[in-house]
Design a protein around this ligand. Structure first.
Ligand SMILES: *Cc1c(COP(=O)(O)O)cnc(C)c1O
Length: 495
């Protein structure tokens, strides 16, 4: 199977090349040329397997040039018991009769980014070997919080890689910042950027197109690569957990084999929900894909009207990993929905770059309405939902997950759709202690990592080990730069 650029499908790469490059040279996203179908007996077979074996099966359908043995080794290393504190890796828990929650935060950084970022480094180092690349891959990441820590942890001390993370100074939680600034490993770097996530992301995009920087780095033995969710090696491992969750629901008798399940996904860059769409395209019986946003509701408007318009106020919300106005992975959806019309996608993206806006045609709008529903939830409501789900179900959720719970409730009351639903839970509530405590009515917060104990005292729920372990860890990184000085920061870290 080949991977093509969403902006020019004549540009074709093998899987390993696509993973090494991250982004196509023309700025498009590398996307599978065709989508494999799950064979009729696949779900039954997968149901009997461990999560690791499910990952090998699903990823193997997309990765020509990788052996089953290789993938099995990667899966054991990425999703083993030393990394994930749940044997199921991505467990599905029952919230009520028709609502289930897919917990994607049992990995080393307690957010769903681990699902992909524990796998990507293995895919990347193998791809470097397969493509004969000798230089060291310098992974540049812009993060709204969770990606950065996930990438640092995934790539730490991985041979032939360096990892540099830029985060918006005022756009991440205190725990998230501490997680990054205390990162261990010899090949890691962390730097704050003045501004919001879009500033950090567009700054990193500029670094990628900075020819002078490229040449200097090349002379030092480096080339730039990406671990942002535009890399196919990030999207692919995410397809696995939708298929896995469906198998688990059938096994637990929560739905019949073949019966549809809706999914509701707290969405930012559109990577997670895109993986659900791809799983559906492979034949997984998913119903509506419900896209949940916070007050940065550009996707809600797009999915309802077909007009994408980023010209709007930007809000720092309680769910910072969804504070995004340009959802990069949407480009892949457009490519598939236009039936691989690369010229049309190029047109949309040119228009987005020039005016911050584009509108898709009627045929695409109809397809969007067929597969997707969308809604959003502000901070006040996010807090009410955290409190409500805790009091009524005894289930503690983080603000991102709360947005999804609320949008699912809105969807159900608007449509009367009673299809069983899977809410995707993307972070441990302990990553956002202050927001969760405040939602539960607490008004005074303990300082630093003591706030983890405070949330435990309030709820009786223990903090995950990787967060409890932050206590007393030395801060290694304190640098903060303006957007215009990011290239200097890179050069400073890559001597
Ligand atoms: C990254 C992230 C999201 C958004 O996921 P996308 O794939 O960017 O849509 C939602 N919640 C949390 C906690 C995240 O870390």
């Amino acid at each position: 199977m080949y991977y093509v650029s969403t902006r020019d499908k004549k540009v074709r790469f093998e899987a390993s090349e696509a993973i090494v490059q991250g982004l196509a040279p023309d700025g498009g996203l590398l996307t599978p040329e065709t989508f494999p179908r799950l064979p009729p007996d696949a779900l039954e077979k997968l149901g009997q397997m461990t999560y690791q074996a499910r990952a090998v099966y699903v990823m193997g359908l997309y990765l020509d040039g990788f052996t089953q043995e290789e993938l099995a080794e990667f899966a054991l290393r990425a999703y083993g018991p030393d990394k994930f504190d749940a044997p199921a890796v991505a467990p599905v828990v029952v919230v009520d009769g028709s609502t289930h929650c897919l917990e994607l935060w049992h990995g080393p950084t307690c957010a769903f980014k681990d699902m992909a970022l524990q796998m990507l480094p293995h895919l990347l180092t193998a791809s470097l070997a397969k493509t004969g690349e000798q230089k060291t891959a310098c992974i540049l990441v812009a993060t709204s919080g969770d990606t950065g820590k996930g990438a640092l942890e995934g790539f730490r001390d991985v041979a032939q890689t360096r990892i540099l993370v830029f985060y918006p100074k005022d756009g991440v939680s205190a725990i998230q910042e501490l997680q990054m600034r205390t990162q261990e490993g010899e090949n890691v770097g962390v730097c704050a950027v003045e501004g919001n996530f879009d500033d950090a992301q567009s700054g990193v995009k500029r670094l990628f197109s900075d020819e002078t920087l490229r040449e200097t780095l090349c002379a030092r033995g480096y080339f730039l690569s990406s671990a942002n969710s535009i890399n196919w090696g990030r999207v692919l491992p995410q397809i696995v957990y939708y298929i896995s969750a469906y198998c688990d629901l059938v096994k637990a008798g929560k739905c019949r084999a073949g019966e549809r399940v809706n999914v509701c996904v707290p969405t930012g860059n559109f990577g997670n929900i895109l993986a659900a769409y791809y799983a559906k395209r492979m034949g997984l019986p998913l119903g509506k894909l419900i896209c949940a946003s916070n007050s940065n509701n550009v996707l809600t408007d797009f999915l309802k009207t077909g007009v994408y318009d980023r010209n709007r106020a930007f809000y720092n919300t309680l769910s910072p990993s969804m504070d995004i106005l340009i959802s990069s992975n949407l480009e892949r959806l457009l490519y598939t929905l236009t039936e691989e019309d690369d010229a049309a996608v190029r047109g949309y993206m040119d228009s987005l770059a020039a005016s911050g806006k584009y509108e898709v045609d009627g045929a695409i709008k109809a397809k969007l309405a067929d597969h997707f529903a969308a809604g959003f939830c502000d901070d006040g409501q996010t807090k009410r939902v955290i409190a409500q789900v805790w009091r009524e179900k005894g289930y503690l959720i983080d603000p991102h997950t709360a947005v999804a719970f609320d949008v699912l409730a809105q969807y159900r009351s608007e449509t009367g759709d009673t299809t069983p639903a899977l809410v995707v839970s993307t972070a441990s509530p302990f990553k956002f202690c202050d927001s969760v405590l405040s939602a539960l009515g607490v008004t005074e917060f303990s300082a630093g990592t003591d706030i983890l104990d405070q949330l435990t005292a309030e709820t009786g729920v223990p903090a995950p080990a990787p967060l409890a372990g932050l206590k007393g860890k030395p801060v290694r990184f304190r640098q903060c730069v303006g957007r215009e000085h990011m290239a200097d920061a890179v050069l400073g870290m890559l001597r």
